[in-house]
Structure formats: structure tokens, C-alpha cells
Design a protein around this ligand. Sequence first.
Ligand SMILES: NC(=O)c1ccc[n+]([C@@H]2O[C@H](COP(=O)([O-])OP(=O)(O)OC[C@H]3O[C@@H](n4cnc5c(N)ncnc54)[C@H](OP(=O)(O)O)[C@@H]3O)[C@@H](O)[C@H]2O)c1
Length: 272
Amino acid sequence: MGTKETVSVLGLGRMGSALANALVEEGYEVSVWNRTPKTIPNARSVATPQEAFQSDVVVTCLSTYDVQQPLLTGEIKTLVNLTSGTPDEARRTARWAEDNGVEYVDGVIMAVPQQIGTPQARILFSGNENHHVLDAFGEPVHVGEDAGLAALYDLALLGLMWSVFGGYLQAVALMGSEGIEPRTFTPMAMSWLTEMSTLLPEMGEETQTRSYETDVSALDINVSGLRLLTEANEEQGLDTTLPKALHALFERAQSNGHGNHSIASVIEEIRK
Ligand SMILES: NC(=O)c1ccc[n+]([C@@H]2O[C@H](COP(=O)([O-])OP(=O)(O)OC[C@H]3O[C@@H](n4cnc5c(N)ncnc54)[C@H](OP(=O)(O)O)[C@@H]3O)[C@@H](O)[C@H]2O)c1
């Protein structure tokens, strides 16, 4: 290709600034707009979103869709939406784009700003398969035609991350209540998580076939374990929100007839 497309970035927060810098680095002619005036080296700052819309591609990276949507008034050629939202928000924006003749790419960034521009930054995107400028940010992965899919993957993966991080912090607090430092406990936590993650394919299979026979570990024994975990946290004077929530969920699956089944059977409660 000859000359590169011109690109604008709307939103110069932590992530938007990293995106704008990566585009400049890749040799794009970049314009930037932010509510609070800000500059990016070698990019042109514009005073209004509408000025930014003159570029071939507009990349948005704002805090929420609620903030973003009112800004999108004016003619846009291609919108690469990297603001995080729900699948429904993404689909509504895709419909808005279609109604307004805007070419639309919906993406989510599975990385922190410091990783942008490196292969470690995975950008999941859905809808339009033409990923335009996403190569400048990291490793684009198309996850499907439905514009809501990138947001779905994003929230599923983040949900997994938040559960693991919440569990880790609870564990660190429990160990810390007896004076064991995080630096002593963390290596053991890491190898435990690595080992446990090898169980996911089998669990996934069970949830798909909805067959939960097990000769490994029945839900009954895990419900008892969660009761012990809750009690131990209580005894140590710690917050029990997380263990109690898990205990309640697992216990409901148990009382609905899954006591002798594997842990994967808990999904039957979640699907409700
Ligand atoms: N940071 C990360 O690690 C990360 C990772 C993956 C995805 N993301 C996603 O990237 C998006 C931006 O995150 P961030 O970390 O860059 O957040 P941030 O640093 O808080 O930046 C938020 C941006 O939104 C703008 N904004 C907020 N309210 C506004 C309003 N009412 N009108 C106009 N602009 C407004 C801010 O402008 P001002 O500067 O004027 O306040 C700023 O440009 C989010 O959707 C986030 O989920 C972030």
C-alpha cells in the first residue's frame, strides 16, 4: 500500500495515550482529541471530535460507552471502537454505525498500556474482519462476525481474572493473619494455579455434555471445604464475602441434587 491511512484517537487516558503513541511509532499521521486538552509527541491535537472525524479511521478509547456515544455526532468513515462495554452496548453501536454508513470494528484490549505496540498486547475484535490499524497496537485476533463477541470474550476473561485475583487476595490475607508473608506464599500459589488450570479442558467438556459423574472429587466434599474456608476466615477476623458467596452457590447446587457430582455441575446453578 502507498500512503498510510490518517488516524484519529479520541480519549487520551492511560490506554488512549498508549494507542496514539503506538500509531505515531508505526508512521501514521495521527490526530488526537481529549476532553481535557493533552498532547502526544508528533501527533496533531484537535479541538473537537468533529475535527478528528476528518481522518480515515477514528479510534475511540474512552472510559465508557455512555461517555462515548454523545461524542459521535458528525460524519465518520471508519470507527475502531476500543472502549470497554457489554455485548449489547457493542451491538447497539454496530447498529448505529450501520444506520449512519460508518464502517465499524469493535475491539477489546487484553493488555495494559505498557504492553501496547508489543506482541503481548492481544486485541480481540469482532464484526468487520478488516482490522485496519489494530496491527499497530499488538496482536489482533478476530473472534467472530457478531459485533458483541469481542466484549463477551473480554468480560468472560476479565471475570476469570477478577475471581482469581480476589481468591489470591483472600488467601494472602488468610496466610498473613498468621504472619506468613506474600513472598513466601506466592510461589506456591502460582504453581497451584498452573496445576489447577490443567483441569479446565475436562471441566469444560463436562459442562458441554452436562455429564458430571466423577471418581475424583464430589461436590459434597467441596461444599464442606468451602464451609471450613468461611469459618477459618471468620476465626481469623477477616472479611468473608468471597468464601460465603462461593459456599452459597456450591451449596445450592448440592441441595439441587448435585452432591455426588463433580464441581462442574455448579454451572447448572449459574445457567439459571
Ligand atoms: N488501562 C488499562 O489497563 C485498560 C486495559 C484494557 C482496556 N481498557 C479500556 O480502555 C478504556 C479507557 O481506559 P483508560 O485506562 O485509558 O481510562 P482513563 O485513564 O481513566 O481515561 C479515560 C478517558 O475517558 C475520558 N473521559 C471520561 N469521561 C469523559 C467525558 N464525560 N467526556 C469526554 N471524555 C471523557 C477521559 O478524558 P479526561 O482525560 O478529560 O478525563 C480519558 O480520556 C476503558 O474502556 C477501559 O476499560 C483499559
